[in-house]
Design a protein around this ligand. Structure first.
Ligand code: 2P0
Length: 323
């Protein structure tokens, strides 16, 4: 009744911001993402008859809020499998959780994968993705590797793989501009945007067009088209955030300067574009072979603290199953 799984965070190119149904965590917008490889979460889940409750350690520390979310996720799995044992969960990230890289995406994908293996629950990837989505919608995408889509037409949506990590390799450079935790988390920020942003409905209705364009760009390996639609989706999401009351301003000065540098590089013909999530870090996506040039272009910008590299990686997978 014990297993270890590994999962990687993902970066959305077409963004999810807002919920259609908060109670079941169903996104209001479809999204399309890339799963990374160098950043990893490893999670060990051990179910035991004599545990009276779930227990959780993330990077050696306990966190009651995360434990509550984890218990909610495992409760759903206990209901599916009919196994009523509690679990000891030990999760470790090899990347700084303060780096603004979605650790909840890799965290819940690894948790669901390890827990399913430990319980011998015979769930398909799609079912595991659906389960992960209920805890954190971005986690649904980290169940799969490479390019991943999450349409929201189904009643209970799950992510699906679109293209594997080897079919169209891309490079990612993350420019870290702050290690401060964000002031407003994504879940609360989305609720505020839906309630107060005058552009919110336009944002939601425009995302399906961006989603199909990005899908087409990925399937055709059309980098220029993917760059255009990804930057547009990112900037539209941030426009919604800025027009939320009170405003959600996730950027700092360095974030803006990096945007200008990346646009200048692209103007010079370098195949790279930027995307930014609910934080000030900038993720620069490029065709392979431009990493050093991109790093040189951004690392001297005042406020850039660190640069992290990644390629595309696999989906969540079992590393070890111990019975
Ligand atoms: C995304 N983000 O598509 C967008 C872009 C942040 C900005 O998915 O409420 O932590 O747990 O479903 O998954 C972050 O949202 O939110 C996110 P919940 P989650 O990557």
């Amino acid at each position: 009744m014990e297993a270890i799984a590994q999962a990687q965070p993902n970066i959305a190119l077409v963004k999810y911001w807002g919920k259609k149904r908060g109670d079941r965590n169903i996104p209001a917008t479809p999204s399309l993402s890339i799963t990374l490889n160098t950043l990893q979460t490893r999670t060990r889940v051990k179910f035991r008859q004599d545990y009276g409750t779930d227990r959780l350690s993330i990077n050696g520390t306990t966190d009651p809020i995360q434990l509550h979310r984890v218990t909610g996720c495992l409760d759903a799995l206990r209901q599916v499998t009919g196994i009523n044992q509690y679990a000891d969960i030990v999760s470790v990230n090899n990347f700084p959780t303060s780096a603004g890289i979605a650790s909840s995406a890799s965290g819940f994908a690894a948790l669901v994968t390890a827990a399913c293996a430990a319980l011998d629950a015979n769930l398909s990837g799609e079912e595991q993705s659906r389960l992960a989505r209920r805890s954190s919608a971005s986690a649904a995408r980290s169940v799969f590797g490479g390019f991943v889509e999450m349409d929201i037409k189904a009643q209970d949506p799950a992510a699906r793989p679109l293209l594997t990590e080897t079919e169209w390799p891309l490079d990612i450079v993350v420019a870290v501009t702050s290690t401060q935790p964000k002031q407003i988390g994504s879940t609360a920020g989305m609720e505020q945007s839906a309630a107060t942003c005058e552009y919110y409905d336009a944002w939601v209705s425009s995302t399906s067009g961006d989603f199909s364009t990005a899908r087409r760009a990925v399937l055709n390996h059309d980098f220029e088209l993917l760059a255009d639609v990804s930057e547009a989706s990112c900037l539209k999401m941030h426009a919604v955030m800025l027009a939320t009351h009170p405003a959600l301003i996730y950027w700092n000065g360095a974030t803006v300067e990096i945007i200008h540098r990346v646009r200048a590089l692209r103007g010079e013909g370098l195949p790279a574009f930027f995307t930014i999530d609910a934080g000030p870090q900038v993720k620069i996506i490029s065709l392979p072979g431009y990493r050093d040039k991109i790093e040189r272009a951004v690392k001297d910008i005042p406020g850039v603290i660190d640069v992290i590299y990644s390629g595309l990686g696999p989906g969540a997978h079992v590393v070890e199953s111990l019975k």
